[in-house]
Design a protein around this ligand. Structure first.
Ligand SMILES: [Zn+2]
Length: 467
């Protein structure tokens, strides 16, 4: 009888000790052993000659929105696309209809995702009415973290942002303190509502079809001011603060100045690292994202922030809208819905950065996986080690990933113009979730296979800040 369920043979394997020649044995969804070449026997063998075996990506910023808006994609379609992109766990944001802002909504979304997800998933919640009982009940429902916006709800979307948008600073401080009491992180979309309102007013005098109008409506100062205020508040609140999608040199400067002042972390996304405003101008409103993609100078500083650890996470901010929704505002950057799909771009883009020597492979995987597991308390994820979950990707570092409408699996392939024509060095050959292959060049996973992930160390009802 076979000792293991599966052995992945002949890959170069990235472990916490670095790249090594191991055959990796899997059993019961976990990594059971790192074996010498050719050792052991298993029911199934995967020959990964010429490939790297890496931890699967943990994408901490994803918007499917389900069960609402099936016209923008479904849990099945978007987790299938994520699997093709090497993502083995995603964290779903709370924007839905209605907003995920009560324990009851957490349960509804958890049940929906559990039925349809091909990969593992965690849920964010909005802190809602900020009452101790409601916030604690959501935390007890196993969410990975809370999310807030410092901006007002977009026009016509009040119900999606109810208990999620906190443009008032007094409410932001209350939210930080309410979440700090749960021990869970709080993730913030940080742009100053007041500065946005004044800049948006000025931008309305500009040509709405011009991509520069979007930048004028949401300049970097809006982001940097909101982040600075949050970081100042967090010295008092002592929450585990995480700043979503940092876009600008100015905000990186703010993050560096507050280093060590409280427990905070930050992320950025491939569109800010690999694209500039010139690319947005070419792609039109399909590339409208909030906050906006900025200049080459901003991009260069973001890379330096990855290098020095100021920013510790790279995420998709996968946010699909339908082609019809984007097209309805094709000539209007102010009104067009913000967001672009990133499920199948994140990992190939970062592998390309590895190939170009911009970042080391170990650091890239920390940015894509290991740091997320640590920051959000996912025990057994983010690394290849005996006893860890068998959430893995097989990568051909010499392969090429071409991005185009016909290569993408995301439901939103029609609105991925920002990346059409991209050619990244490195190609994902396989993805395993819980020891089972869910992608091997084509998606082969089963809806419902993904597991709900919850943080391990949660200090409920206390103000303890974990180090
Ligand atoms: Zn987002």
């Amino acid at each position: 009888m076979a000792a293991y369920d599966t052995i992945i043979r002949n890959a170069e394997v990235l472990t916490p000790e670095g790249l090594g020649d191991h055959d990796v044995a899997l059993a019961d969804g976990k990594i059971a052993a790192l074996l010498p070449r050719g050792a052991g026997n298993a029911a199934e063998t995967i020959d990964a000659t010429g490939q790297h075996l890496l931890p699967g990506a943990i994408d901490i910023h994803f918007h499917i929105r389900a069960p609402a808006y099936p016209d923008r994609g479904t849990v099945e379609s978007e987790t299938r696309a994520a699997a093709a992109g090497g993502i083995t766990t995603l964290f779903e944001m709370p924007i839905s209809k209605p907003c995920c802002n009560t324990a009851e909504q957490v349960e509804i979304r958890r049940a929906h995702f559990a039925e349809h997800a091909l990969i593992n998933f965690g849920l964010y919640a909005a802190p809602g009415d900020l009452t101790t009982a409601s916030v604690a009940a959501m935390a007890a429902g196993g969410i990975v973290a809370f999310k807030i916006f410092t901006t007002t709800a977009p026009a016509g979307r009040d119900d999606e942002f109810l208990g999620l948008s906190f443009p008032d600073e007094a409410d932001q401080l209350r939210a930080l303190k309410a979440v700090a009491a749960t021990g869970l992180p709080i993730v913030v979309h940080a742009e100053s509502a007041q500065l946005l309102a004044s800049r948006n007013h000025a931008a309305r005098a500009m040509d709405p079809a011009d991509a520069a109008t979007h930048l004028a409506a949401r300049p970097a100062i809006c982001e940097a001011v909101a982040v600075a205020k949050l970081l100042a508040m967090n010295i008092e609140a002592q929450a585990r603060l995480h700043i979503a999608h940092v876009t600008s040199a100015l905000t990186v400067d703010v993050l560096r100045r507050f280093a060590g002042s409280s427990d905070f972390s930050a992320e950025t996304c491939p569109h800010y690292l690999f694209r500039t405003q010139a690319d947005v101008a070419r792609a039109g409103v399909f590339a409208k994202i909030n906050p906006p993609v900025r200049s080459q100078a901003d991009q260069d500083v973001l890379w330096s922030a990855l290098a020095d650890g100021t920013i510790g996470h790279v995420t998709t901010d996968h946010a699909a809208f339908s082609y019809a929704e984007k097209l309805a505002s094709a000539d209007n950057f102010i009104n067009a819905p913000p967001g672009t799909p990133g499920s199948e771009v994140l990992v190939p883009a970062m592998l390309d950065a590895v190939a170009r020597g911009r970042v080391g492979l170990e650091q890239a995987m920390a940015l894509l996986s290991g740091n997320a597991a640590e920051r959000f308390g996912l025990e057994g994820k983010g690394r290849i080690a005996v006893g860890a979950d068998a959430d893995l990707m097989l990568v051909d570092m010499k392969g090429v990933t071409e991005i185009g409408r016909d290569t993408l699996l995301t439901f939103a392939r029609d609105v991925a113009q920002l990346y059409y024509g991209a050619r990244f060095s490195g190609r994902i050959r396989g993805t395993l979730v819980g020891g089972r292959v869910v992608y091997d060049g084509v998606p082969v996973g089963e809806p419902g296979w993904g597991r709900y992930v919850s943080p391990k160390h949660r200090t409920s009802q206390s103000n303890t800040v974990s180090a």
